[in-house]
Design a protein around this ligand. Structure first.
Ligand SMILES: [Zn+2]
Length: 1032
């Protein structure tokens, strides 16, 4: 720590301790300051976060707005329903040309949900003028927003025609201001209420911000009306079939949100000081899990726009009081679920179901301030509200028309990252976007899609971009190349001949008119007549599959090398479907088999693509049917391609540990930790090829490989290594480290970035072969992966996989909570929470190398510990899994350790296991509790030793020395890697002294020729565990 800064902080904290009340200033801890340089805002905006053009401060805004008439100070106080109504009616009377008052519906007790419009043409929607809104007081006792909305309405009107900035806003946007969404609750609240819940809910005692339809219905909360008892008292609203308990106020608001093309909104709450953005609901339903929407960067920008123009919301650190009552925020913004999880909120519902983007602002620490507090609160918020609403005038906007100048309603406006926007009845669209270049695609049924690029500059008003879409099959839309769809799976369809060309052309037409709908996860590139000139376009497209459509006998032919072929592709089945669809045509040639075709395909130089030739007969008839068949095959191929690797949908991974760790923590969760661990003599590095293994523990069997096979789980492996070595925490793991050996492979070069669901682990065989090459004693692997919330195992050799899977799952809070896998998301194949895998599955049969894999004798546990759509955060993985993995590793030490013997000897126990070979003169045999008969046989099959062991929870690990052939053997064993590792450990002293005392090193052993190395207890107390049946 830098001493001066330390001193400064000490002074601050001494002083702050005297005033850490709800109204204390916001101070950041050193750690929070570090985090403020790594959060989402910094990641997206870097130093631009300090740029006042991107993010105006309170002072910048004051200058920008200039002189204006503010609300008369005598009017700045709380207003009950009657006073609020009077305020709104007065404005309407005083400013009839720029205001319009309407009600979005009634509350349960019959109060109006007033909305005041302020705009230059208040009663009509002006073409391309954005509709913006603010909703206050959704929680009845959170009232600062209610007042702020009234005051905002007042200054917009007072200054119209007088202040340039405010007049400009009123002229160029239409503001819908709803001061209170919960007028009934307000009347139950009381001024002076800082943090109570009195008046929070509506008249049915239901929390309106928990009562919207949810993305994950199982997350619905009781307070949102999801309580069987409560439901009996709730009015059933027929309006929403799927969830008839959505309340009157919410139904009114949902209808309201769907009746205007709102672009931007904020929902004003109270009780903390922060701007909060979607999603509020995380897939696991846990608190503190950053759950980004597709518009994450934009939401971060919008939120910080608000926070930064507030006098202090933007500050990093604790606000609103001490400990449990306080909240710590970085840069004054937070992802909703990253703070706490909330299902049934308004902002999530709106994001999913409308064009509108909404954030939720906590206006201050006091939910229901007294009148005298209100002027300061208004002063703090006035420019933040303006700075935020101004964003509604940015981005890109325009009209979608067809070539006859008809406007196109319901056109889809897609952006590179962000949700789709749908055009209005008048063909308008507004797309807010963060600064930078964006590619926009506009598509509509029956029209040819079009794409353009737009550059958004910070502080600039919306870029106007109108677009005219041509009809499908127009002469002008005839093209040599078409792109269809915006999915991530790229497939090209092309032809070299006339009948194939006609078919591809027809597929282009069908996918344009919408008569054939391609899967939303696909992008198709259609080239009816493949020429050399188009090769570059095809190469740039970089498809993962290419379908070459040709005339000729109905069949398929694969051109690509077998690695490119999806594992699930079945030529016989495909040909059968093709014949069924198109009928037989034996009269034709087999054009695809001509060398000319093969050469032309080869000439495409698509080295990574799966190239499939499809010949479709030799008559130019039924072209439509042929085209639809090809479209269907493209869908099938896509499924095969993604099932190869991904069975859940992928997300953009955030592999950067900085997302969620402080610099100190980062050292613990990246390979930067290794140097420190080696310095502590806690791990021993063993490099083999590109892989670096780290050995930890006593050097005794069992040996367990722990490997992170995805970028997302690397941090967890490193954090585990760091924690197991940390002097302060390592004692918690002594049961594991003293009794077994862990071999970490925390990182694989070129590891998987995308999230997968796994239906096999056989493709990892080569990696595990490598591990066994490095550490021959390995007989179990734990694979850390994501793509689900479930466990898979292989039980075939030592028979412990299933037990490990059960122990892991039952000690994992999220996994044990559900019977099927915890990431509910319509993929039917892999739902079981626990399932057995085998090394000898389809994937392994693809391996035609004929090589024996040492890893075939490795049993395995695959833990899938994160859902794909819950991207970003990996910082919670270790915490979430620490109990499960510790329990599994302790379970791993249940059994008997056999020491001595020679290679080639085998050990078998009862009738439970295959005979297991001794590895380096040792073997650990996992056993359940109970008494077991152990037999060790010589390479020739003779009985070498036979004895019984008793395994119990009290004494889970037994050990047995079975003697050796010669003292040489011991020397070899001692010199082996095992002992080297053992000697690098903290337990080294004890182990070696015990070994010396027992005469282990000089090969004498005890008088009986037996030896047992003491385990975790003091030396002699548990002799009785091992019964000698046969002495040598
Ligand atoms: Zn609230």
């Amino acid at each position: 720590m830098r001493p001066l800064l330390g001193l400064f902080l000490a002074v601050i904290s001494t002083w702050a301790q005297q005033d850490l009340s709800w109204k204390a200033d916001i101070f950041a801890s050193e750690r929070e300051n570090e985090m403020a340089e790594q959060d989402a805002l910094t990641r997206y905006f870097g130093n631009d976060k300090r740029n006042t053009t991107f993010f105006p401060t309170w002072d910048t805004m004051k200058t920008k707005v200039g002189d204006f008439i503010n609300v008369n100070s005598t009017k700045i106080k709380n207003h009950n329903y009657n006073e609020m109504t009077a305020w709104l009616q007065a404005i309407r009377l005083n400013y009839p040309n720029i205001t319009h008052l309407y009600s979005a519906g009634k509350s349960i007790e019959g109060r109006e949900l007033w909305v005041l419009i302020v705009s230059d043409k208040p009663k009509e929607h002006e073409l391309l003028e954005p509709e913006l809104k603010i909703v206050g007081n959704m929680h009845g006792n959170e009232v600062v927003g209610r007042e702020a909305v009234l005051y905002l309405a007042e200054i917009l009107c007072l200054n119209y025609g007088k202040n340039k900035y405010l007049t400009d806003l009123v002229n160029n946007a239409r503001f819908h201001l709803m001061p209170s969404m919960n007028p009934d609750g307000y009347e139950k609240g009381f001024a002076g209420d800082r943090i109570s819940a009195m008046g929070r809910a509506n008249a049915n005692d239901v929390d309106l911000n928990r009562n919207f339809p949810t993305k994950y219905p199982e997350h619905r909360e009781q307070s949102g009306g999801n309580d069987p008892e409560k439901r009996k008292t709730l009015p059933v609203m027929k309006w929403l079939q799927s969830y008839p308990f959505v309340l009157k106020e919410n139904i009114a608001v949902m209808k309201w949100l769907q009746s205007y093309p709102f672009v931007l909104s904020t929902n004003l709450h109270g009780g903390s000081l922060v701007a909060n953005y979607p999603y509020d609901d995380s897939v696991t339903g846990q608190d503190g899990i950053y759950t980004a929407s597709a518009d994450d960067k934009l939401f971060v920008e919008l939120s910080y726009r608000y926070a930064r123009a507030h006098t202090k919301m933007w500050k990093t650190g604790r606000r609103c009081g001490l400990s449990a009552e306080g909240d710590n925020f970085i840069n004054g913004i937070t992802n909703g679920a990253g703070w706490y999880h909330l299902a049934g909120g308004m902002q999530d519902w709106q994001y999913e179901n409308t064009n509108c983007l909404e954030i939720t602002v906590e206006m201050g620490c006091f939910k229901f301030p007294t009148d005298d507090m209100m002027p300061k609160l208004w002063e703090e918020h006035q420019f933040a509200l303006l700075s935020f609403m101004e964003m509604g005038l940015t981005g890109v906007t325009g009209l979608v028309t067809d070539r006859n100048n008809n406007t196109v309603a319901n056109a889809t406006i897609s952006v590179d990252t962000g949700k789709d926007i749908i055009s209005t009845e008048s063909g308008e669209y507004w797309r807010l976007l963060p600064p930078g270049d964006h590619q926009i695609t506009v598509s509509a049924r029956g029209l040819e899609s079009d794409t353009f690029t737009v550059t958004v500059m910070p502080g600039q008003r919306a870029v106007r971009h109108d677009i005219t879409l041509l009809a499908c099959g127009d002469n002008e839309t005839k093209s040599e190349l078409y792109i269809r769809g915006r999915g991530k799976n790229l497939i090209a369809v092309l032809s070299f001949d006339e009948i194939g060309g006609k078919t591809v052309d027809e597929l282009a037409r069908l996918t344009c008119t919408g008569d054939f709908v391609i899967d939303k996860d696909i992008s198709l590139m259609l080239i009816p007549n493949m020429t050399n000139e188009l090769k570059g376009r095809l190469t740039d497209f970089d498809p993962s599959a290419v379908l070459i459509i040709s005339e000729g006998i109905v069949e398929t032919v694969t051109f690509s090398v077998s690695e490119n072929e999806p594992r699930l592709f079945d030529k016989a089945k495909m040909d059968e479907s093709l014949l069924k669809a198109l009928g037989n045509s034996i009269q034709c040639d087999r054009k695809l088999l001509e060398s000319k075709t093969a050469l032309r395909v080869d000439d495409l130089q698509l080295k990574k693509a799966f190239e499939l030739g499809i010949s479709i007969g030799c008559e130019a008839k039924d072209i439509q049917k042929k085209a639809a068949t090809i479209g269907t095959i493209a869908d099938m191929i896509k499924n095969e391609l993604i099932k190869d690797s991904v069975s859940e949908f992928s997300v953009v991974p955030s592999a950067h540990p900085g997302d969620h760790f402080t610099p100190d923590q980062m050292i613990l969760v990246t390979n930067a930790a290794v140097a420190e661990l080696e310095r502590k003599e806690c791990v021993q590095e063993l490099a083999r090829g590109p892989n670096k293994f780290y050995l930890m523990g006593s050097g005794k069997p069992p040996y367990t490989l722990i490997v992170a096979v995805e970028k997302r789980t690397e941090a967890m492996a490193y954090e585990m290594m760091s924690t197991y070595c940390n002097p302060e925490t390592k004692s918690q793991f002594s049961d594991i480290l003293d009794k077994s050996t862990l071999v970490f492979l925390p990182e694989i070069p070129h590891t998987q970035l995308n999230c997968h669901d796994y239906d096999t682990i056989s493709p990892f065989k080569l990696l595990f072969d490598d591990a066994i090459g490095a550490v021959s004693q390995l007989d179990f692997v734990i694979i850390l992966a994501t793509g689900g919330m479930k466990v898979r195992y292989i039980n075939d050799t030592i028979g412990i996989g299933k037990q490990m899977a059960e122990v892991y799952r039952s000690n994992h809070d999220l996994m044990k909570a559900t019977e099927s896998e915890g990431c509910a998301k319509g993929f039917p194949n892999e739902k079981e929470a626990i399932r057995a895998f085998s090394w000898h599955d389809n994937a392994s049969r693809m391996d035609k190398s004929g090589v024996d894999h040492p890893s075939d004798n490795l049993d395995a546990l695959l833990v899938q510990i994160g859902c794909c759509y819950e991207n970003m955060a990996s910082g919670h993985l270790y915490t979430e899994n620490q109990r499960a993995i510790k329990s599994a590793l302790i379970e791993r030490t249940r059994g008997v350790r056999i020491i001595g013997g020679v290679d080639g000897m085998t050990v078998s126990v009862d009738h439970m296991h295959k005979a297991l070979p001794l590895l380096g003169g040792r073997r650990f045999v996992p056993l359940p509790n109970g008494e077991h008969l152990v037999k060790v046989k010589t390479p020739g099959g003779q009985m070498h030793a036979q004895f019984a062991v008793v395994i119990s929870d009290k004494n889970p690990t037994a050990e047995k020395f079975i003697g050796v052939q010669s003292s040489n053997m011991i020397v070899i064993t001692v010199a082996s890697i095992l002992m080297i590792i053992a000697c690098t450990f903290m337990c080294r002293q004890r182990v070696t002294s015990v070994l010396n005392r027992r005469g282990f090193f000089n090969g004498i052993g005890s008088n009986h020729g037996f030896e047992r190395i003491p385990l975790y207890k003091s030396d002699d107390e548990d002799e009785d565990e091992v019964f000698d049946l046969q002495k040598l």
